[in-house]
Design a protein around this ligand. Structure first.
Ligand SMILES: Nc1ncnc2c1ncn2[C@@H]1O[C@H](COP(=O)(O)OP(=O)(O)OP(=O)(O)O)[C@@H](O)[C@H]1O
Length: 207
């Protein structure tokens, strides 16, 4: 379980959010919604330890999150920023690298399944520079699903996805909940939020 307890983040005089409490529970999805600039991405970065908090605590399984701790790294799967890529590795090679690094048992099969699920099979041997924005987004999302996870953190996962991609996303996030994963996501897609989220947090109320 990932719990944000009274967290505050400021840039100089500008407070992004103040004393926010939020919990991502196993088998449940928490959606963060709000206008541009309301602090949603900053909150997700703090939740995974990619940014620090000025006040409050980020607790993973009841202890302060240490993002370098192997247990936390294995448990928390996140797509927040447009993650970097290796320019000379194909789509399939990226996913195999991630799965293998996380010691996934049948990495080849897991990657093949993710490629099929995300309709990336035809692009499996392409290099990142040759991908469309939607295909690149699909690669970023696939990277979160070819590795172990107990907590899934996604920032606007619907970005660049076509209608079929958004339907895949809804099905997949529901399946993640059914598998006991704690899902925390930011979204501007009302259908995705209404269909998947058990709890909706309004970032517009933070300031
Ligand atoms: N390093 C920084 N220095 C100063 N201000 C920052 C910094 N990073 C973010 N901000 C400000 O913090 C606020 C929250 O940004 P954030 O990216 O978290 O918003 P958001 O809710 O995710 O927005 P969007 O819906 O547009 O993605 C914005 O006003 C932004 O300008």
């Amino acid at each position: 379980m990932l719990h944000l307890s009274g967290i505050t983040r400021a840039h100089g005089e500008f407070t992004v959010f103040r004393r926010v409490d939020l919990t991502a529970r196993p088998g449940s999805a928490c959606a963060v919604v709000g206008v541009n600039g309301s602090g949603k991405s900053t909150l997700l970065r703090c939740a995974v330890g990619a940014d620090y908090v000025d006040e409050g605590r980020v607790l993973f399984d009841g202890i302060d999150l240490d993002e370098s701790d192997p247990a936390a790294r294995t448990a928390i799967s996140a797509v927040i920023d447009d993650g970097g890529v290796f320019p000379h590795l194909s789509v399939r090679e990226h996913l195999l690298l991630i799965a293998t690094a996380h010691a996934v048992g049948d990495a080849e099969a897991v990657v093949t399944s993710a490629l099929e699920g995300l309709s990336l099979t035809p692009a499996a041997d392409q290099l990142p520079v040759t991908l469309s924005s939607g295909q690149r987004r699909r690669l970023m999302l696939a990277s979160a699903f070819v590795r172990p996870r107990r907590v899934l953190v996604l920032d606007e996962p619907e970005q660049h996805l076509d209608a079929a991609g958004r339907e895949w996303l809804i099905r997949t996030l529901v399946a993640e909940k059914d598998a006991g994963v704690a899902v925390l996501f930011v979204s501007h897609d009302a259908v995705l939020v209404d269909t998947v989220a058990d709890v909706v947090v309004d970032a517009d109320a933070w300031r």
